[in-house]
Design a binder for this molecule. Structure first.
Ligand code: ATP
Ligand code: MG
Length: 412
């Protein structure tokens, strides 16, 4: 007899339905399950209402679900009704667990706090339920069977919820086959184009599943397969790499992050970097300085927004500004060269553009951005024509600068 597992999550809380709190527990639970080859078949969210919880839990068992993770409503306050709801559903009374009550008392006294009746309520669980240890807080979880479904009720607080998911759900799936993954982190293609280039993949390589995640302005492609399809997975990975070519800035072997990858490539060559920013307003420096250890590479960042600052701090010529304007090829080149000179770095990067929504002209519409890379041999500049909004223009421009440097470093 093969028992097929079916997983659900039932998250409980008014705050999840009135817009105050995003239900991230469900998302992290989904990740934790998919890491061991399982997946959620259904998700439900209800308010802190006893009847709603009872009705939804009953429906869950009725759908043939075998494990339902219940999130929230285990705390000490009057709106925490999960234990009462499952007692009602299962037709059993609530029962105070003496050991748990002592533990709660000891924990609160240890923190110098008094023990109130509602704190002790967290030791009340439906009779017959198994108590689940909570190392991070006062409210234990519990597990109870109803209608062929095992309900695993856990506290809603993420730092309590996560380890309890591992201990009480994921650990029991240890026999489940781990999913093999290969990742391709891409920059420079729109999602539709990535999709088009990989269209054949799922039909050509049996057992391999394709997933896209847009992490603007990047696109992350993940391939997964069961261990039995490992050979197909490797072939699919090579196929995808061939289809996306230089737009793949990193794979699972490197990890994600365009700035991280670019800096690692600089460090391998012992190259240093300085940046001069106008339209990106420091975002490029921000992305770079998010990378631990960036000080081995990153020497200087200048945000020179006004023309006067471009002249005084970067040595941009007044004549070029007059003749071509701040958003122009000669100016962006001089910015990259100027900051490279000041820092005495291997490379200089620069941005200047019209982020919008105002400031566009017929020959330089909003979204016109010049970026440049100045190196030991030459300075190259690229003009971007971006169709987004102000913030996205900054993000694409900053990442495009990193990508310009990365692609330069790929050359022998
Ligand atoms: P407590 O002891 O704090 O009362 P609890 O088990 O009763 O714990 P809830 O009252 O439902 O949990 O939620 C406590 C807090 O945890 C919420 O205010 C919210 O910030 C967070 N939280 C609850 N559910 C979720 C969820 N599904 N996703 C993310 N955060 C959540
Ligand atoms: Mg609560």
């Amino acid at each position: 007899l093969v028992v097929t597992k079916r997983f659900e999550v039932l998250s409980i809380g008014d705050e999840l339905l009135d817009g105050r709190v995003t239900d991230t527990n469900t998302v992290r639970l989904a990740h934790a399950l998919s890491a061991v080859g399982a997946h959620l078949s259904h998700r439900a969210t209800v308010t802190d209402d006893l009847d709603d919880i009872v009705r939804e839990a009953g429906a869950c068992a009725g759908r043939g679900t075998t494990t339902c993770v219940v999130s929230g409503g285990l705390g000490p306050t009057s709106d925490d009704l999960t234990a009462a709801a499952f007692a009602q559903l299962c037709g059993v009374p609530l029962q105070r667990d003496a050991t748990q009550a002592d533990k709660i008392t000891a924990m609160l006294q240890g923190r110098g706090r008094s023990v109130s009746a509602n704190q002790l309520k967290q030791a009340d669980r439906p009779r017959g339920a198994q108590l689940l240890n909570n190392d991070q807080g006062t409210a234990p979880g519990f597990a109870i069977e109803y209608g062929g479904c095992r309900f695993v009720a856990l506290p809603g607080i993420p730092k309590e919820f996560d380890p309890m998911v591992q201990d009480n759900v994921v650990a029991h799936l240890a026999g489940a086959q781990p999913v093999l993954r290969r990742a391709l982190y891409c920059f420079g293609l729109i999602e539709a184009e990535v999709d088009r280039r990989l269209a054949e993949l799922s039909t050509r390589f049996a057992g391999v599943r394709l997933q896209f995640r847009v992490k603007f302005p990047e696109i992350h492609v993940t391939l997964h397969a069961p261990p039995a399809a490992e050979k197909n997975l490797e072939e699919a990975f090579e196929f995808a790499r061939g289809a996306l070519v230089e737009h793949v800035y990193a794979t699972h072997a490197h990890g994600e992050g365009l700035a991280r990858r670019t800096l690692a490539m600089c460090q391998e060559r012992q190259a240093t970097l300085a940046v001069a920013e106008s339209c990106t307003g420091g975002l490029l420096s921000d992305l770079i300085t998010d990378v631990p250890g960036c000080s081995a590479t990153y020497l200087l960042g200048v945000t020179a927004y006004s023309n006067a600052a471009k002249v005084a701090l970067l040595g941009v010529s007044e004549a070029s500004l007059q003749a071509h304007g701040a958003v122009s090829e000669p100016v962006v080149q001089q910015m990259a060269q100027g900051v490279r000179r000041s820092a005495n770095s291997t490379f200089g990067l620069a941005t200047t553009g019209i982020s919008g929504p105002t400031g566009g002209t017929p020959d330089k519409p909003v979204g016109t951005v010049w970026i440049a890379l100045s190196g030991p041999k030459e300075t190259q500049a690229v003009c971007l024509h971006l169709p987004y909004g102000r913030r996205a223009h900054k993000e694409v421009s900053a990442s495009s600068c990193l990508n310009l440097l990365r692609r330069h470093l790929l050359q022998p």
